[in-house]
Design a protein around this ligand. Structure first.
Ligand code: SF4
Length: 465
């Protein structure tokens, strides 16, 4: 892995940022969610459930718990702010009903290799509620002994009893939101979370034997500076997480109005880039490997090994080592990726509960991938995970002539090549260390829908850096 100075970040000028730091997807799916269609409903998802039984791929299950006790102002997730925890009772009833519905359509021979709880705040639930929900799913699916079982936790609402319950149930991975340790930043984003609180929870998690600990940071938050972010990272390094996700703050006030409250205090352009650079340098300097886009891992971590072995994959939760699994998402707004289809559940809790109550399924929209979509998904996936596209692999898998099929895309990449972001040759497309910083932009060259979306003039995505 290249050290920080070889990332050629010194070459990045205002002009480079001007050119590449523009709105673009994070490609947790291709095609991206704005392309999905409202005419994809429950019957369509049922047909993909049935088809998936023929392929019999392993399973990745996702449960969405949408509730949070208070709103973090930067948050762009689909959340429901509820002080009264009684709301969880009917929600969990509906979720369990959906689990039952899905499990009746999935053979017990299909192993669950990944089970993930996200939100919202899954530890909004009491330990007893978590145990009940976990047991309900566990009885209905066949988990492999080494299944990756993870949960997102908010240290502000997670106590030792939560952790003890999770560990006893078999959870082995924790992902913890930090975002930033500076008090001024925390106050502005309405997420006050002292360092000591996070530290003590991590000590407790290690004590209980959780195998892997991820923390989330965000660069580009209001009042952040490169110096203040270095301090946040130095504190984070004392916690020695196995993995770090360092996300770019996504400013989408047309979707999340509350983000407008601090818009004038956001670091922009080169200043935001300096913050990113501070993070990159600090983590690489501390021996972490840059997995891609926004992820770092310690050498030896499964993600780092998967990247070396070219078995890394990308899904709605970011990077994963579990390739080839069908993702069954359950809960409000949850997304499934099954065979050649994506499907998303209803986004509001009452509508979700009503739909589940009526027929056990709550699909709101989705997408059937065409042959071209599947091909481009494979190309973009290789770029984001391995930073190289060996043309012969794609040609063999999709029976095409790469250079002919992608002639316009290759032409589009010539400018990126001239600026040192990619190396184009007859055998492969290889992203340089400089190009890794702008990898979303490189991937965008292969997105056939982006041009139409840009023509639409509706803001859809946050900026790429
Ligand atoms: S706790 Fe997490 S999901 Fe909830 S509002 Fe804050 S960032 Fe968003």
């Amino acid at each position: 892995m290249k050290p920080a100075d070889q990332f050629e970040i010194a070459q990045i000028t205002d002009a480079t940022l001007e050119k590449y730091n523009r709105p673009g997807p994070r490609y947790t799916s291709y095609p991206t969610a704005p392309v999905w269609k409202d005419d994809f409903g429950p019957d369509d998802l049922e047909s993909f459930y049935a088809r998936a039984e023929t392929a019999a791929s392993p399973l990745s299950l996702y449960m969405h718990i949408p509730f949070c006790e208070s709103l973090c102002l930067f948050c762009a997730c689909n959340v429901s702010i509820q002080k009264d925890k009684k709301v969880a009772i009917p929600y969990l009833d509906a979720l369990k009903r959906e689990i039952e519905h899905v499990s009746q359509r999935v053979s017990k021979n299909r192993p669950v290799i990944q089970f993930h709880w996200g939100g919202g705040t899954p530890t909004y639930l009491t330990p007893a509620q978590m145990e009940d929900l976990f047991g309900h799913a566990r009885q209905r699916f066949s988990f492999t002994p080494d299944a990756e079982i993870g949960i997102e936790i908010d240290p502000r609402v997670t106590n030792r009893a939560h952790l003890e319950t999770l560990r006893r149930l078999g959870f082995n991975r924790l992902s913890m939101g930090i975002q930033d340790f500076q008090p001024k930043v925390q106050e502005t984003i309405h997420r006050v979370q002292p360092y000591e609180l996070t530290r003590d929870l991590i000590i407790a998690a290690r004590d209980l034997g959780f195998e892997s600990l991820n923390v989330d940071l965000i660069y580009g938050l209001p009042y952040q500076t490169a110096a203040s972010f270095k301090d946040t990272i130095d504190k984070t390094l004392t916690l020695a997480p196995d993995r770090v996700a360092m996300f770019s703050y996504a400013h989408v006030p047309w979707l999340k109005k509350q983000q407008g409250s601090f818009a004038e205090h956001l670091p922009e352009g080169m200043e935001k880039f300096r913050i990113f650079r501070a993070g990159l340098e600090r983590f690489l300097g501390a021996g972490y490997l840059y997995i891609g886009m926004d992820h770092f891992a310690r050498p030896g971590d499964e993600l780092a090994v998967a990247q070396t072995n070219r078995t890394l994959h990308r899904n709605f939760q970011g990077y994963t080592t579990k390739a080839g699994a069908d993702l069954y998402g359950m809960g409000v707004s949850a997304i499934s990726s099954i065979g050649a289809a994506y499907a998303q559940n209803r986004r509001e809790v009452p509508a979700y509960q009503e739909a589940i109550g009526t027929r056990g399924i709550a699909t709101m929209r989705g997408y059937r991938l065409s042959a071209d979509d599947l091909l481009r998904r494979a190309v973009i996936g290789r770029l984001l995970c391995h930073t190289v596209i060996p043309k012969h692999e794609i040609q063999r898998e999709f029976s095409i002539n790469f250079d002919e099929y992608f002639a316009p895309e290759l032409q589009r990449l010539e400018q990126a090549r001239d600026e040192g972001l990619v190396i184009l040759d007859s055998k492969e497309i290889r992203v340089t260390s400089l190009g890794r910083i702008f990898i979303r932009n490189v991937a965008m060259a292969f997105d056939r829908y982006l041009h139409e979306q840009q023509m639409d003039h509706r803001p859809l995505f946050s900026k790429t850096l």
